[in-house]
Design a protein around this ligand. Sequence first.
Ligand SMILES: Nc1nc2c(ncn2[C@@H]2O[C@H](COP(=O)(O)OP(=O)(O)OP(=O)(O)O)[C@@H](O)[C@H]2O)c(=O)[nH]1
Ligand SMILES: O=C([O-])CC(=O)C(=O)O
Ligand SMILES: [Mn+2]
Length: 607
Amino acid sequence: MGATRLRLLEGAPTTYEPLLSWVEEVAELTQPDRIHWVDGSEAEYRKLTDELVAAGTLTRLNPDLFPNSFAAFSDPADVARVEEQTFICSRNERDAGFTNNWMEPSEMKTKLKGLFSGSMRGRTMYVIPFVMGHLDAEDPKFGVEISDSAYVVASMRIMARIGTDVLKKIEETNAFFVPALHSVGAPLEPGQADVPWPCNPEKWIVHFPEERSIWSYGSGYGGNALLGKKCYALRIASVMARDEGWLAEHMLILKLTSPEKKVYNVAAAFPSACGKTNLALLDPTIEGWKVETLGDDITWMRFGKEGELRAVNPEAGLFGVAPGTGWGTNPNAMRAIAKGNSIFTNVALTDDGGVWWEGMTEEVPEHLTDWQGNEWTPEAGRPAAHPNSRFCTPIDQIDMLAPEYFAPNGVEVHAILFGGRRKTTIPLVTQSRTWANGIFMGATLSSETTAAAAGAVGVVRRDPMAMLPFIGYDAGDYLNHWVRLSAKGNAARLPKIFLVNWFRRTKDGGFAWPGFGDNSRVLKWAIERIEGAADAVETPIGFVPTPESLDLDGLDMTPEQVEEAVHFDADEWRAEVPGLEEWFARFGGSLPLSLTNELEGLKKRLG
Ligand SMILES: Nc1nc2c(ncn2[C@@H]2O[C@H](COP(=O)(O)OP(=O)(O)OP(=O)(O)O)[C@@H](O)[C@H]2O)c(=O)[nH]1
Ligand SMILES: O=C([O-])CC(=O)C(=O)O
Ligand SMILES: [Mn+2]
């Protein structure tokens, strides 16, 4: 270590110069009181969580109910991703595209340096080496997050592989790592008391795609602060994927085994809070079909040696939406959570030291402490848990985890579903006519906004491949990348593409389809379509099921009710076309020609 090295770096567990000099630079800028190099051990986790309990950030749950588990309550103004304050600072504005906020990189750096200057005063600066995907992958994707939040360290330990082994491998292989800098933006002056959830009203979630770096300021929450997740594994990784010839997608991935013991892996892209975790942990309601989980939020895909599309889940944990996750709807998630080792954020507390949220149990507790610390009874007239409250749980606690989750080369993908939350228009399931038509379905995906991002809820917006807030470059270039890359795959082995909608409503306003475990009936239909076994009606948008072609065994629905879920409505689709045209117009010249052709074809077929 050089003689001029900052005193704070004494005892650093590494001699890796690129890392040391970055850590030093950040320490000089942010002026923390001390530096802690995260080793990822259990002892360290115990110490950190003890400290967080003492600080009031975490509440230890009753170990008889949830062993080694904690609840955190955020600042009420720091409860979701902040898309308005999320930036892609490519050198040229054109490369950020119309779906991203952009600022000139050096201007942004100047602004951020001002904000980060002294931002860790009075705090510990944690250095978290992490890898997204497997440590023994052919080309492991490393990152180092620097954060002044111990809650972030504890959560990152659940969500990614972190610590000493990762650091060693970075050094040994002279590896590139994504520098991911995070500060809650709440320095402490000498003698100043801390608050349980420090954050700053001003928030900036910034990505420099050419440099492959991340700067996140002001928030301690989820996708804003756990930088391995959306910031790296989607926004920065999508840029790496463009340059290196693969795909970084907002998809779950599940392994489906038929009664004949044939295996099909299904990937599915749904926007935030639209059912990925639930589908990934699905308990089939049909005989003989088995689902195992591979991933619930992010899927990295590349073509294998035979031109087959292969997928891995780069994450190590679940950061799942709590409300709606219950023993009735998602018992597999509940079993994983019940094993403990979890951090809950913005859920309600039961009087016996457990957690509760809307939809967890059918019976509503008579008394709770709500996510803001207030007394709560069923008469309160407000939810007890925040709508975007989350459970953070190690993925290997899922009993139904597929063994292939641990395979560095992943699994072959046989089907891709695109889905959104639409009250009308989009049938339960539609098989695309062709691969290009399937990409069109993804490119025009639409969904009502949810509580997963700050802002209005329930507004329909286009969300290409469920990646609208996560594409790290120009959205037209992104769609072109899909088109060009897939042309390199083995055409016969390309996955079949389907559009799904679990959220269609009946005239009475209820869900037209029971969803959850019964979505296995849709998976079965999709597989039978691939095998040429199930019937379908050809419509202008693709193939939809005949009511008889869906396995409805044991389902309490009349044929009319099924029809309401699966039917194609020409009038609704004609009304959809202007929105599609408007959407495509926003791409300017960067939209792939094949997609323009798809829209023209659809218009012709609709008449
Ligand atoms: N009606 C209905 N609701 C569903 C279904 N699947 C999921 N949901 C609800 O949708 C909400 C979000 O579901 P998740 O599975 O957590 O969504 P996600 O896509 O994993 O969300 P992120 O983690 O934010 O990306 C929860 O409240 C679920 O209960 C379904 O099939 N039908
Ligand atoms: O990123 C987050 O905060 C949570 C999440 O998974 C999403 O919004 O899709
Ligand atoms: Mn999820």
